[in-house]
Design a protein around this ligand. Structure first.
Ligand SMILES: CC(C)(COP(=O)(O)OP(=O)(O)OC[C@H]1O[C@@H](n2cnc3c(N)ncnc32)[C@H](O)[C@@H]1OP(=O)(O)O)[C@@H](O)C(=O)NCCC(=O)NCCS
Length: 178
């Protein structure tokens, strides 16, 4: 199985449809931590829905569109990162990420994101990598900052979490070309 090492005992791998039950079990465990920020953590409440989602991701990847990866720590699925959009024609993509609480604070997402950014910009020749998070999501915004992204602006009232309208910050990294 193809994998990319992130740290001692931590690996990044494709999150394929056959892993739906494992991903569903992860979501069940991590739901209270993820749901305030990620609506899918509430919606993905049975393995069939998760399999359908991962199948759509695999189909999108086959069309060179968005794609999804898991992060395993000591053999356990503890998080993930996705190209929530990936558009080679426009030269743009967007990353999104999540971790179980016990996997936070180890740099796993920062390292995974650096690897995917390197692939998007240098292997695939894309120009722009975007990251969005609500103004309240300080850990997510810290990842964007750590990755060297620049804060471009705020989309006012662009997201609802727990019935409360939220402002969304847009951060991005833009490759310097020739
Ligand atoms: C957003 C989220 C993925 C960030 O997780 P995170 O653990 O803070 O991010 P990283 O994995 O990059 O780890 C960074 C932390 O590890 C530390 N770290 C340790 N070794 C490191 C290394 N080699 N490189 C970078 N950071 C390292 C950093 O100092 C930082 O810790 P700190 O915040 O205590 O200073 C996580 O909080 C989460 O899943 N939240 C819920 C879901 C969510 O909000 N998703 C994003 C929606 S926009």
């Amino acid at each position: 199985m193809l994998s990319h090492p992130l740290a001692d005992g931590a690996e990044l791998r494709a999150l394929e449809p056959w892993r739906a039950e494992e991903f569903h079990a992860f979501i069940e465990r991590a739901r209270p931590h993820l749901a305030p920020w990620l609506p899918w953590a509430t919606a993905m409440d049975d393995p069939a829905k998760v399999r359908h989602w991962l199948t759509r991701c695999a189909e999108a990847q086959a069309r060179d569109g968005k794609r999804i990866f898991g992060i395993w720590l000591d053999g356990e699925l503890v998080g993930g990162i996705e190209f929530a959009s990936f558009d080679p024609a426009l030269g743009t993509c967007e990353l999104g990420a999540w971790l179980a609480p016990e996997a936070e604070g180890r740099g796993l997402i920062t390292r995974a994101a650096r690897h995917l950014i390197d692939w998007a910009l240098h292997t695939r020749g894309l120009t722009r990598v975007q990251w969005r998070a609500t103004t309240a999501n300080t850990r997510s915004l810290a990842v964007a900052h750590r990755l060297g992204m620049r804060r471009e602006g705020v989309l006012r009232s662009a997201f609802t979490a727990g019935g409360v309208r939220q402002d969304v910050e847009v951060w991005a990294l833009v490759a310097e070309r020739g």
